[in-house]
Design a protein around this ligand. Structure first.
Ligand SMILES: CC(C)(COP(=O)(O)OP(=O)(O)OC[C@H]1O[C@@H](n2cnc3c(N)ncnc32)[C@H](O)[C@@H]1OP(=O)(O)O)[C@@H](O)C(=O)NCCC(=O)NCCS
Length: 210
């Protein structure tokens, strides 16, 4: 397995990983029959708008995991609105009153400002990380995170956050192990927000060796 920067040829593999992990860490195909929907919200905006912060775990044949994100959430949201939504709105037009899982997600797609959370202003970067089930718990998540945080540190970013479904307790154990801490966000609903300081003196939590 190698960790390397994202390439355009990884696009389908990244979409597939997203789909297979988008239901609180599990396969989402039973919820969202349109297999491009979840990547259009949670993976491809990042690979397209922030390619320098996209990394994949490559098993020699294909990408089997990725980390994507942005260094600055408010700027990303502005570009999401001005560049990303115009590209995808024909396929996913806005929904006035969402009433199905798919419509709920299309509603999210059209409300990128939900990503700007005042309580997270000190954590301007954010990320999404996913690996195919058969490649989880082998150290690749930690390796992807190391690559991503190194790129953030290189850009001088002070701190990163992520929002996760509170029900995804396996992912929470991973983030806890890496040293993320909970950030209190009022009215977070089903989400928990975690933060991590980035920079020359910051580091991930102890590895298996230490
Ligand atoms: C969450 C995820 C990215 C973690 O990546 P991973 O490759 O499985 O994790 P790693 O093997 O690199 O684990 C890193 C550390 O976290 C610990 N860890 C990971 N998952 C854990 C779990 N479920 N329970 C306890 N510890 C866990 C490991 O023991 C390891 O500790 P060590 O390095 O100190 O020995 C991956 O499991 C995944 O893609 N899950 C499904 C999608 C998902 O939920 N994504 C996050 C959405 S918020």
């Amino acid at each position: 397995m190698i960790i390397r920067p994202y390439r355009d040829s990884d696009r389908d593999a990244v979409g597939d990983i997203c789909v297979r992990t988008a239901d609180a860490g599990g396969d989402s195909r039973h919820l969202y029959p349109d297999l491009d929907l979840m990547p259009t919200i949670f993976a491809w905006p990042y690979t397209d708008l922030e390619p320098s912060l996209a990394f994949v775990a490559d098993d020699g044949e294909r990408a089997v995991g990725y980390v994507v994100g942005t260094a600055d959430t408010p700027s990303f949201v502005a570009r999401f609105e001005s560049e990303w939504l115009p590209r995808v709105s024909d396929r996913y037009p806005p929904v006035a009153e969402p009433s199905t899982p798919t419509e709920d997600m299309v509603h999210l797609l059209h409300h990128p400002r939900r990503m700007i959370v005042p309580a997270l202003a000190d954590y301007p970067a954010h990320l999404h990380i996913d690996l195919l089930p058969e490649h989880q718990r082998s150290g690749h998540g930690r390796a992807l995170m190391t690559a991503f945080l190194g790129a953030l540190a290189f850009q001088g970013v002070p701190a990163v956050h992520l929002g996760m479904l509170t029900s995804n307790t396996a992912a929470r154990a991973f983030y806890d192990r890496l040293g993320f801490h909970e950030v209190d966000v009022p009215d977070a609903g089903p989400l928990t927000y975690l933060g991590l300081e980035v920079g020359p003196n910051a580091g991930l939590g102890a590895s298996a060796a230490g």
